[in-house]
Design a protein around this ligand. Structure first.
Ligand code: IPE
Ligand code: IPE
Ligand code: MG
Ligand code: MG
Length: 322
């Protein structure tokens, strides 16, 4: 697997066993996605093969500081499968046509195929993790998956509401994104026989920052860098931090009904307007603050190597372009 940019640094800091663990996850993902009938295999394999940062398996491994058994590979694979499943379903809900620089499953195969592909990936995730024979691990992943579903529902419930409260926005980010980051860290800790609470809290905090940054990238683009179309959130009525902050500084944005944003060109214009208020820098600053809090919450007693690698990954969450 090719890893570029800051991720390379994290992999190096995490230890020599990390690239091997990531390679083993990659092989397992390809096997799992390819093995369930031609149509599903085509869509599931395309989703996996399109790549992605593999950030969640990396977190599993860093949280497990030094462990490198098959159980860890299964945990990393399971988390990435849940993540991929939610992306396939998320693109149905968000009406998104581009993902990881490729057409989405819903764009190429339609809604039924995307629904079934996501379901398959979810099912395989739990089958994979169950092989570890640890009810506590299955519970961690299942709690995160339930939170994800609740987060997506909250997002739909708040769709088109330009004056959504900040607390509700943050709750949505927590449910749909932060909980899976938390689960990744908990699984790594459990597999290594370590205490999962504190590392889980670290994961939750960087997960929150990660979603804030994702929402910034949706407005800033460009698609060539993010692998997703600019303004997708505005077009499907998802009101996020940049828009919430920009409305405080631009009366025209404050008066804008998101339902009137009805084309990619209109979304681009609103993105430019949001950017002009300085809201992206303010949103980034908030995410940075969360990352600093997360680093501060790292437990005492970690090895110097583990602390350094986790700090690097936390920094990478806000210093990214995809
Ligand atoms: C995208 O996650 C979904 C969010 C939680 C914002 P990633 O940005 O980690 O997606 P990939 O796996 O790298 O494509
Ligand atoms: C994260 O939210 C979605 C999931 C947790 C599945 P987004 O809807 O912002 O993610 P992207 O931008 O489509 O990757
Ligand atoms: Mg989406
Ligand atoms: Mg997004």
């Amino acid at each position: 697997m090719t890893v570029v940019g800051p991720v390379t640094e994290v992999v190096r800091a995490g230890g020599e066993h990390i690239p091997d663990l990531l390679d083993r996850v990659e092989s397992r993902l390809a096997q799992v996605a390819g093995g369930h009938g031609a149509t599903l295999a085509e869509h599931a394999s395309a989703t996996i093969a399109a790549g992605g940062k593999r950030l969640r398996p990396l977190l599993v491994f860093l949280a497990a500081d030094g462990a490198d058994g098959d159980g860890l590979v299964r945990a990393g694979t399971a988390v990435e499968l849940v993540h991929s499943a939610t992306l396939v379903h998320d693109d149905v809900l968000d009406g998104a046509s581009l993902r990881r620089g490729m057409p989405t499953v819903v764009a190429t195969g339609g809604r039924p195929a995307a629904t079934a592909t996501g379901d398959l990936l979810f099912a395989r995730a739990f089958a994979e993790l169950a092989r570890n024979g640890r009810a506590d691990q299955v519970r961690v992943l299942s709690d995160a998956s339930s939170a994800l579903a609740a987060g997506e529902l909250l997002q739909r419930a708040d769709a088109w509401n330009a004056s959504v409260a900040m607390a509700r926005y943050l709750r949505r980010c927590e449910l749909k994104t932060a909980r899976l980051f938390e689960a990744a860290c908990r699984l790594g800790a459990l597999e290594a026989g370590a205490e999962p609470e504190a590392l889980g809290e670290f994961g939750r905090r960087i997960g929150l920052a990660f979603q804030l940054l994702d929402d910034v990238l949706d407005v800033s683009g460009p698609a060539a860098r993010t692998g997703k179309h600019r303004g997708t959130d505005l077009l499907d009525g998802t009101v996020t931090l940049p828009f919430i902050l920009a409305r405080e500084h631009d009366p025209e944005l404050a008066a804008l009904d998101p339902r009137t944003i009805d084309s990619a060109a209109a979304a681009e214009r609103v993105c430019d307007r949001i950017e002009a208020t300085g809201a992206l820098a303010r949103a980034r600053a908030r995410a940075l603050g969360m990352v600093e809090d997360a680093k501060g919450a790292l437990p005492a007693g970690l090895s110097a190597r583990q602390r350094h690698a986790l700090e690097l990954v936390a920094d990478g969450v806000v210093a990214r372009y995809a």
